[in-house]
Design a protein around this ligand. Structure first.
Ligand SMILES: *[C@@H]1O[C@H](CO)[C@@H](O)[C@H](O)[C@H]1NC(C)=O
Ligand SMILES: *[C@@H]1O[C@H](CO)[C@@H](O)[C@H](O)[C@H]1NC(C)=O
Ligand SMILES: *[C@@H]1O[C@H](CO)[C@@H](O)[C@H](O)[C@H]1NC(C)=O
Ligand SMILES: *[C@@H]1O[C@H](CO)[C@@H](O)[C@H](O)[C@H]1NC(C)=O
Ligand SMILES: *[C@@H]1O[C@H](CO)[C@@H](O)[C@H](O)[C@H]1NC(C)=O
Length: 441
């Protein structure tokens, strides 16, 4: 079920550029549980990691913001934070987001009330409070500050610069959605574009194969066949999944936001492999089985629930199937399924009206796509379904936007072999690092 709501997945770190060591020391920052009630004196501890190896007196504080996952300090080795730190003698700090990983305000979440303090607003206040206190603690009072983040953490990075320009001098936002929507019909449109950019036969094959799967799932025998075909895939126990869940998983694999650079051609070659004895569904199924391991992997369940709470309470982001410009066109509304999940998981008051009101408020307060902000570097991969929700146009010279064809979600934050295949990504990252340098000097 969770697969319907799991929207940001951080891919494993590969291709280390610099060895940073294995034993990062965990540090803890005492944080207010509720920044908006000064009479509530409860606190909890947020985890953070520091890297001092590049630090030179006077250098900036470079804060990498943790998003909706447990932080992993070894991932810093792939981040542009490191490159900026090397050039400017910066101090790197990686700060975990409240309610994720070990930064849990409550040891065990027992009911929905325990999630009350999980929101983007509280997270922004956490970061602001941390910056203020940490600068004093670490003798960085006169240092400049930059924040970095990918996906939801990229959104927070952008909003930090918007809301706290007196604390944050520059931000690097990777694949950050800043338009908050309930009906995210564009998500699967990107997949359609990738495959139809290769050939109309390729996209027709996906459309047809998916339609066959849907028809099969309408009968008990067909459902049994599908379950046999997908038995053992890496995307969960298919015998326990409902028809809509199986279809959602198929869509997820076909729109993999972490796919390899320019994967369209290779994927279509596989999908259209000449085999006259197979149906489009069989071709599609073979492709999905081959790809499943790259898309589905075990995620921490507590992290998943926390992110589900955030989507149910503030962000929405239902990947719907109602657009004609995608191969999964259907009247079936993922919004209803997602809302049912929200009600079951967190209570009936998590309904359409409340969520829409929250989303409207987020866009009103943070500006959505009309956000006015400066000194934010934004990256989007054209192959990333999230790019549709991002800042896609430079508003002025101080908000450079890099749109990289063939790149996927957060590619600029996870330097890897992608660089060799995507020279433009490499070039853009270099430019962006230089821009950050001028803002932080
Ligand atoms: C928190 O507030 C309560 C009630 O005012 C007080 O009794 C308690 O000592 C305070 N705790 C701390 C750690 O300040
Ligand atoms: C949290 O759950 C664990 C495992 O069920 C249990 O051992 C522990 O006592 C619980 N802690 C609290 C504060 O309830
Ligand atoms: C598909 O091709 C068009 C035209 O070349 C291009 O603008 C677009 O970015 C491509 N889409 C994707 C997702 O790569
Ligand atoms: C999958 O679920 C079925 C039904 O609940 C169960 O019998 C089977 O053992 C499960 N398979 C695996 C590999 O866990
Ligand atoms: C064609 O598909 C059938 C059925 O899935 C399979 O047994 C056969 O090995 C495939 N042939 C080739 C050349 O891939």
């Amino acid at each position: 079920m969770l697969c319907l709501l799991v929207v940001f997945l951080i891919s494993g770190a590969i291709g280390y550029e610099i060895y940073l060591g294995d034993d990062f020391e965990e540090k803890w920052f005492e944080q207010y549980l509720d920044h908006f009630d000064a009479r509530d004196n409860r606190t909890f501890f947020m985890r953070y990691y520091e890297i001092d190896s590049f630090y030179q007196p006077g250098g900036p504080l470079l804060l990498e913001i943790g998003g909706e996952v447990t932080v992993d300090p070894s991932s810093l080795a792939l981040s542009p934070t490191l490159a900026v730190a090397r050039r400017l003698g910066g101090k790197i700090v990686l700060l975990e987001h409240r309610y994720y990983g070990s930064s849990a305000p409550f040891e065990n979440i027992t009911d929905t009330e325990d999630y009350k303090y999980l929101s983007a607003e509280q997270a922004l206040e956490d970061i602001a409070h941390f910056i203020e206190k940490y600068k004093n603690l670490a003798g960085l009072s006169s240092s400049k500050v930059a924040v970095f983040g990918c996906s939801y953490a990229g959104t927070l990075a952008t909003w930090m610069r918007y809301k706290f320009p007196h604390l944050v001098d520059a931000a690097w936002a990777s694949s950050a959605p800043i338009r908050i929507v309930l009906d995210f019909y564009q998500y699967y449109e990107v997949a359609a574009e990738i495959y139809s950019n290769v050939s109309s036969e390729c996209i027709a094959m996906i459309r047809q194969g998916y339609r066959e799967a849907k028809a099969m799932l309408a009968t008990p025998e067909g459902e049994k066949t599908i379950k046999t075909v997908f038995d053992g895939w890496e995307c969960g126990n298919v015998t326990e999944m409902s028809g809509p869940e199986i279809l959602a998983t198929m869509r997820m694999v076909l729109s993999n936001q972490y796919s390899k650079p320019n994967h369209g051609v290779e994927s279509c070659r596989f999908l259209q492999g000449k085999n006259s004895s197979t149906t489009p569904f069989q071709q599609l199924a073979a492709f999905i089985l081959q790809q499943a391991g790259n898309v589905c992997f075990d995620e921490d369940l507590d992290d998943l629930m926390a992110w589900s709470y955030q989507t149910c309470s503030q962000f929405g982001f239902s990947f719907t199937t109602t657009s004609y410009n995608q191969p999964f066109k259907d009247t079936y509304s993922s919004i209803e399924a997602d809302l049912k999940f929200c009600a079951d998981a967190f209570g009936n008051e998590f309904d359409l009206e409340a969520l829409q009101r929250s989303i409207d408020r987020m866009n009103r307060v943070y500006g959505g796509g009309s956000l006015k902000v400066t000194k934010v570097v934004t990256f989007h991969g054209k192959q990333d379904p999230w790019s549709a929700m991002g800042l896609n146009q430079e508003m002025n010279k101080d908000t450079p936007v890099f749109l990289v064809p063939g790149a996927s979600h957060c590619a600029d934050m996870s330097k890897s072999e992608d660089d060799a295949e995507l020279p433009l990504l490499h070039e853009s990252r270099k430019k962006a690092i230089n821009i950050m340098k001028t803002w932080l000097q």
